[in-house]
Write a protein that binds this ligand. Sequence first.
Ligand code: CIR
Length: 264
Amino acid sequence: MTERSFRFTHAVTRRPGPDVVSGLRAVDTGAPDLDRFLGHHAAYVAALRATGAEVVELDPLDGFPDAVFVEDTALCLPEGAIIMRPGAPSRLGETEGMTPVLERIYGEVRRVAGPGFIEGGDILTTEREILVGRSARTDADGIAELAGIVADWGYRLREVTVPAGVLHFKTDCSLLDAETILATERLAASGCFDGYRVIHTAEGEEAAANAIRFNNVVIMAAGFPRTREALDAAGYATVEIGNAEAAKLDGGMSCLSLRFTPPA
Ligand code: CIR
């Protein structure tokens, strides 16, 4: 069994800028504090680097308050990168900032041209398949176009449904290893992870589900002690990063990076 769905040589991140205070949010719990966000972001980048990965840190993208959530702009696979087509109108233009970055690393990149929409937060790549959640941001046309784009690389795409009120598929789940998914009960109850081992987030700690397995560590948002305990007990090496500011914009650990190993 390969481990290419969670062992990576590279990551791309983008620092939040002053206009992050206007980022999209389902419920307004106040604007994120930029200095605090920058502190959490620096700790996140340091945690990625500590695993030996090369992290490309991009400058804030003026005029795009949600650009810190780079995950939504692309899907990066070992064979190539695909630029997404975000379903949030205010985020559509973020892809232009990401395209040259990925072209520098990968050479040519592919792109979802539309008319459909798809955001990276709805895509979970495992060793055996690519799961794509249909959500308020990702529609059937976007999923169909992505399926066509990755078909010649041998990938099987499986569409799953994101529960109402949940922003992205990966808001509620993460890959822990080739066989194991961390998920909320509400998402796993749909049966979408049948055939995988599932570790549930603790009750009341649903926001812990958006974590990342990155090389030897599982990077998770701070403040979810019972879920962390469950992961530690299952043998994962967990690292906690403050997420209070990103959480005000419905963002978490996966949203803050693109993680990949480009072709040699
Ligand atoms: C948005 O609503 O698009 C941002 N405020 C949060 C994006 C989070 N991204 C992700 O889960 N991949």
